[in-house]
Structures are given as structure tokens and as C-alpha cells.
Ligand binder design. Sequence first.
Ligand code: F6P
Length: 360
Amino acid sequence: MKRIGMLTSGGDCQALNATMRGVAKGLYNTFEDVEVYGFLEGYKGLIYGNYVKMKPSDFSGILTKGGTILGSSRQPFKLIDEPTPEGLNKVEEMKKNYNKLKLDALVVLGGNGSQKTANRLSQEGLNVIGLPKTIDNDIWGTDMTFGFQSAVDVATQAIDCIHTTACSHNRVFIVEVMGHKVGWITLHAGIASGADIILIPEIPYDIAKVCEALDRRTKQGKGFSILAVAEGAISKEVAALPKKERKAAVAAAAAKYPSVAYEVADKIKEYSGMDIRVTVPGHTQRGGSPDSYDRVISSLFGAEAVELIKNKDFGKLVVMRNNEVTAIPMEESAGKLKYVSPDDSVVKYAKRLGISFGDE
Ligand code: F6P
């Protein structure tokens, strides 16, 4: 008899259910006798012992269903050693509930913070397998996370729609794309939708350069322009500040504007007098059905998790490397983010296509 726990943690994405289905199908196909326990609302369920014993039918018909049938919650890693409001030691409670259920393994579908917690549990002696979830594609060690491509599709569609109206009215539009720390979604959706300017956190922008790029388009006879701007885009002046001052400047801007896109719009208006419209697709980028690519990789990731369980090869994070599904030690990835490098070939080729990043 195998007893496997599973949880979905952090911000949701389109392919969480597809991935759980992949794990479950693999488990039921591999082991004669297996019980699957789903912890509710991420690590909260493991801490408080809130779980459901799942049936094979729970995993039927969920391949295309967005969100997560188990629910999710954010559990910031920095709070892991702080007690719960009731004074419970979180790590000890998680170990206790894992042992109470006599689990053979715990499968964690989560992003960076969640994988850090998974690594901690693994170091505490639990048998843990991590599956790389996030729309941001910023987990170190994997070329691809499930959820990313679907989010890129939603953001691309939003920018496509803006394109047609921008063109009709000869307007400049900013579409704000998700990504506070990293710009992968903005970079890919920007290229996919033919954005003229892409601003991401890793390449701080100079507003004069942004306005020059807009001017160039006007001079070429283009009446409209589209900017794809990441939630965490930052100006060169602010990025150059020492950490404390930088944090204060970002907080001051956040108090003044609803979000970064409005700040950029204001700066462009101030600099060039242009009238700008802003669109924020927001959490639509995490919603709806996973696209076909995500359905494929999440199914393969699920199957790899089962292979690791079968081989008792724990403490591993399932990853995609050079188009191959494989696994790496969790500790190699935990605590590191995968940023867009300004020298990334995608950035280089985008620049060659004439896309401005507002930096030169
Ligand atoms: O990590 C996924 C993500 O959607 C980021 O792209 C975004 O910056 C953040 O979560 C939004 O967080 P929340 O769902 O807590 O508003």
C-alpha cells in the first residue's frame, strides 16, 4: 500500500489540476494499492491536518479545468519559523500530520516560496517531490514551469485586442503584464503580440529612451504604439538607488498610482505630452483553461513525479531541461530565482526586431 499526500501552494495557475491528474493517473497505473490524500489550501492543510482522501474519480474531467480542486494559499517562507496564530510550530505540525497519515511521499505543486518550504520539509526527513508551478517561469533549474505558457497566451490575447483598438484610434496603450520580480511573461507576450516597447524589472528603463522610441514610430508614420509593461518594471534612477531608498521610492510610487503601468503612463505624459491609455488584465492571466502545451508538460511532470516515488528518489524537483523532463535535487533550486538576463538571446533578437526595452 502506498499513501501519497499532495498539495497546491502559492498563487494558482491554469495547469494545477492537469498536473494533479497527471500524478494521480501515474500513481493508479503504477501501484496496485494506493491512497491519495489532498491537503486543502496548500501548506495550511498540512499544518492544520485539513485533508480529503481522494478517489480516482476526483481526478476525472479536470485536465482542462483552471484553478485547483484542493484550493491554495500563500505561505511566505520567511514566516515558516513563526508560530501560527494559535501558537503552533508550523514545521512540527506538518511533520506530525505527515506521520499521522503514514505517508510514503508528499508531492508539492508550487512556485519558489513553496519549493523552499518543500526543501525544508525534505531536510527535516520527509519524502518530498516538488513540481514546478508558476505563471512567472522564474523557478531556477527548469527551462519551463507549468502555467507559464497559458499565462503568456492570455496576456498575448489581451494585447492583441488592444492592438486593434489602438490602431483604429491612433493611440498609445500600455498593457500591464504580471510579474513583480521577473519579466518572462511580458517578454514572451510582448513579442507574441507585436508590442513596440517592452519594459521588464531586469532591464531598468529610461523614460527619455521610451519616449524616443515612441517618437521614432510617429516619424515612421505609425499612429499608434503598444507598450507591454511588467508589474515590476523599474526606472534606471530608482534601480540605481541603494536598497533602502529604492524600497522607499517603490512604496511611494505604489501609494500614488494604482499600479506601475499608470506610473509609466504619467511619466510619458509629463515628458512628451502624449495621451496614454492603460489596460491591466491582472488575474485573468492566471485563469481559465491550460493551453495544450501546459497540458502536455503538466502530464509529463506528473508522470515523472510517480517515477521518482517508485524509485524512492526523494528530495527532487521535477524540471524541464533542453526539452527533456528530468529531476534535480531540491536544494539546488531552493531560494534562487530565474531572472531574464539582459543578454538573453530572446532579448537580443527582440531588439534586432526593433523592439525597445527603454534602456538604449
Ligand atoms: O506569482 C504569480 C503572480 O501572479 C505574479 O505574477 C504576480 O506578481 C503575483 O502572483 C500576484 O499575486 P497575488 O495573487 O497575491 O495578487
